[in-house]
Ligand binder design. Structure first.
Ligand code: SF4
Length: 100
């Protein structure tokens, strides 16, 4: 709890907010939002270091409901993972031309 804030009362409020945010996150801990777990993203959000739209599931849901467009969704993914992960690269680990 104290990792959220050094102040006990503030930490409790932040923990409650984080738990409310967890109601929306899927809990699959896939890491595609750039954090190691859904809980970590929820804690980042309450510390104003993250946004719920970093979650791929939330983004897909928002795309489906037409609350977000593909360009914005792709922009979030590029910001998290970098542009080079969206291009073909046969030199990366496990790919055709991986150098030994
Ligand atoms: S992308 Fe969504 S489901 Fe995956 S770890 Fe992040 S919050 Fe959880």
């Amino acid at each position: 709890m104290y990792r959220l804030s050094g102040d006990r009362d503030e930490a409790m409020r932040m923990m409650k907010r984080s738990r409310r945010i967890m109601c929306w996150l899927p809990g699959t801990d896939c890491g595609l939002c750039g954090t190691p777990s859904c809980q970590a993203l929820a804690e980042d959000i309450v510390r104003h270091r993250g946004d719920i739209s970093q979650c791929v599931f939330i983004r897909e849901s928002n795309l489906e409901k037409e609350l977000m467009d593909r360009e914005r969704s792709a922009g979030i993914m590029r910001r998290i993972w970098g542009d080079n992960n969206f291009e073909k690269n046969c030199n990366k680990k496990g790919a055709e031309n991986e150098s030994n």
